[in-house]
Design a protein around this ligand. Structure first.
Ligand SMILES: *[C@@H]1O[C@H](CO)[C@@H](O)[C@H](O)[C@H]1NC(C)=O
Length: 259
């Protein structure tokens, strides 16, 4: 391209831009000067005097973002915050009957393991595991409040813990956190939820009735006082005890996923 042609073309270009720029009237005022620097689509004069509406944009779904934390539990259930997904737990009790022989007295019946599990299933739950000391203490406190309400000095509540099949004695499984597992399918095994009474689990073979096998089920001990219990030496509120699975307990603890 020759220099003369270049000059000619650039003159045309200047002419064209003057015509366009002057199309709106005051071609050389501040507005048209502004327009010449702005996007061609952004051509309204009035937008200079009106603030841009700041509409919040709806959040875009981001790939790999964790789902909303689930924190809903039924009324009067405890919420256990867990990294793997939150959990709801509740303490239930055996049926209350009134004994009227001497005085009006509420009596909380004991339940077998299967009855306790059936109560949980009716609530869309199962006998719960305990993933931490804090969960164990919170559940024991819920039981203590029920004990106050029904005037029960002390007792035990079924939880969803079972001896591992290979743990047929303490010497076979000396690590008390790993001799039992949680049956609810969600509670992490091997955690400090497995806080046992001193010397427990005993994984004790039943010395009278051999059909009972070893003490392979777990209960959480509670006391109205929140302290020492008297039915077994050295036992205190809020720790686990292994009992025979065909035993009885006054309370049980159910658990299910938060929604
Ligand atoms: C805990 O162990 C039991 C028995 O092996 C298993 O069925 C259960 O799924 C385990 N729980 C978790 C959360 O992995």
């Amino acid at each position: 391209m020759t220099p003369r042609l270049l000059l000619f073309l650039s003159l045309i270009g200047v002419t064209v831009s003057i015509i366009i720029g002057g199309g709106g009237g005051g071609g050389y005022n501040d507005h048209s000067d502004h327009h010449s620097h702005s996007d061609s689509s952004d051509s309204s004069d009035s937008h200079e005097h009106r603030p841009h509406p700041h509409r919040p944009r709806p959040p875009r779904p981001q790939p790999g973002r964790p789902p909303r934390e689930r924190t809903n539990c039924p009324a009067n259930w405890l919420l256990f915050t867990r990294p793997e997904g939150n959990w709801c737990a509740q303490v239930g009790r055996g049926l209350v009957t009134l004994q009227t022989t001497n005085k009006l007295q509420a009596f909380v019946a004991t339940l077998g393991l299967d009855q306790a599990e059936a109560q949980c299933q009716a609530l869309g739950a199962t006998l719960t595991g305990l993933q931490s000391s804090l969960e164990r203490q919170r559940l024991a406190e819920a039981a203590r409040l029920l004990a106050v309400q029904y005037d029960i000095a002390e007792g035990a509540m079924w939880v969803g813990g079972r001896a591992k099949p290979e743990c047929t004695s303490v010497s076979a499984c000396p690590d008390s956190r790993n001799s039992f597992y949680w049956t609810d399918g969600h509670t992490q095994n091997g955690t400090d939820g497995f806080g046992w009474e001193v010397g427990n689990p005993m994984l004790e073979y039943h010395y009278l009735d051999h059909s009972r096998g070893i003490s392979g089920c777990a209960t959480l001990v509670f006391a109205r006082s929140g302290g020492v219990v008297y039915f077994w030496r050295q036992f205190v509120h809020g720790l686990l005890d292994d009992i025979w699975c065909n035993g009885q307990a006054r309370m049980y603890a159910c658990g299910k996923l938060a929604t």
